[in-house]
Design a binder for this molecule. Structure first.
Ligand SMILES: Cc1cc2nc3c(=O)[nH]c(=O)nc-3n(C[C@H](O)[C@H](O)[C@H](O)COP(=O)(O)O)c2cc1C
Ligand SMILES: O=C(O)C(=O)c1ccccc1
Length: 357
């Protein structure tokens, strides 16, 4: 099934309020639209007659060994709203497809169970844990220990959420918290003992790069920073110990007046890619989108909503279909561009629509 068909199937199956929760963005959803539209403005300029060695789409990522493709599952909340198998299904699918899964604080399955599910599908899966800098450092630290003990191989600190985004559709639909029977399982039994509801995930009172640096020092895991748009913040992330930066506007769910994530990528690459991997997410929907992002300097790209649609439509098989389709399309595009490895895609191989070199 194509990603489009999985989306349509998900839309037919889901409670419309839950569909809107995933599909929607902040404000007038300008950034949500811009993320996908940005990819349409770039075109690939293939090279040719460069030999026919076998292709290798694997990517080296922090704490992940080699991923089968330069694609990761971006952290998204509440997989059990999509399918009863929830994050377990996503974890098995990602591991089976050799993709990094970023599971998060807002998961409806605890991180140790997520890692255990991934291990059912592959011996050495890469599961990263996403968290926010909690206003109380002991809560952040407890989450870090939980992720380490579960066997996560990297941490992702999301820094674009000083306050919760105003998701227009959720406000209209009155969707403000998880329905009864679901909980943000990672928030259970933390210092201060919050009961595990959505509103217990404070994004952050006033954390600083110093707080981030302290977190990075308290763990041996690589720590990536997610939600970077400004190149100066990318530099600060590296200076404070980040092992990677993820250029992201949270899928258009935070500030509705920022550029498309893809449009922020080149400046961040220029600022730090010689020192650390630069990843991006937002609007990736086809293999050629992956090729464009890599040509602009990304090491890997994340997919958020497409994974949720695959999960809602067909559970584990649907998530596998999303990841397999993207990898296959990307491999095909790489071949058509005369590339054998991800690094063969270079900035001279993309042009803006209407322009040529
Ligand atoms: C339903 C939903 C929930 C999300 N929850 C989180 C989260 O808990 N933490 C986080 O860092 N990002 C979260 N994100 C943002 C994604 O990680 C990612 O940045 C975004 O979805 C990428 O855009 P895409 O959906 O166009 O692929 C969420 C996105 C969606 C759609
Ligand atoms: O919905 C989101 O985008 C999101 O990031 C989030 C974070 C915490 C709890 C629920 C959702």
């Amino acid at each position: 099934m194509t990603l489009r068909a999985l989306h349509d199937a998900a839309r037919r199956t889901l409670d419309p309020v839950h569909y809107d929760y995933v599909a929607g963005g902040a404000g007038e959803e300008r950034v949500l639209s811009a993320n996908e539209a940005a990819f349409d403005r770039y075109l690939l300029l293939p090279r040719t007659l460069r030999g026919n060695e076998p292709r290798d789409t694997t990517a080296r990522l922090p704490g992940a060994g080699r991923a089968a493709a330069p694609v990761f599952v971006a952290p998204t909340a509440f997989h059990r709203l999509m399918h009863p198998d929830g994050e377990d299904a996503t974890a098995r699918a990602a591991a089976a497809e050799g993709a990094v899964l970023v599971t998060g604080t807002a998961a409806t399955t605890a991180v140790d169970a997520v890692v255990a599910a991934a291990r059912e599908a592959a011996p050495d899966p890469a599961v990263w844990f996403q968290l926010y800098l909690h206003p109380r450092p002991e809560v952040t630290e407890a989450l870090v220990r939980r992720a380490e003990q579960a066997g996560c191989t990297a941490l992702v600190v999301t820094v674009d959420s000083a306050v919760f985004g105003r998701h227009t559709r959720d406000l209209r639909n009155g969707f403000t918290d998880l329905p009864p029977g679901h909980a943000a399982e990672n928030m259970r039994d933390l210092p201060g003992a919050p009961p595990g509801t959505l509103t217990d995930i404070p994004m952050s009172a006033a954390p600083t790069w110093r707080d981030f640096g302290e977190l990075a020092r308290t763990t041996t895991l690589p720590v990536l920073v997610k939600g970077i748009l400004h190149p100066a913040d990318a530099r600060l992330a590296v200076e404070h110990g980040a092992s990677g930066v993820i250029v992201s506007n949270h899928g258009g769910r935070q500030c509705d007046a920022v550029p498309a994530a893809l449009d922020c990528l080149p400046a961040v690459v220029d600022a730090v890619a010689d020192r650390t991997p630069v990843l991006m997410d937002g609007g990736v929907r086809r293999g050629s989108d992956i090729a464009v992002a890599l040509a602009l300097g990304a090491t890997a790209v994340g997919v958020g909503r497409p994974v949720m649609w695959g999960l809602a439509a067909e559970g584990e098989a649907g998530v596998r279909a999303v990841l397999a389709t993207l990898r296959d399309e990307y491999d095909h595009t790489l071949a058509l561009c005369g590339g054998r490895r991800n690094a063969d895609l270079t900035r001279d191989m993309v042009v803006r629509r209407g322009e040529t070199r």
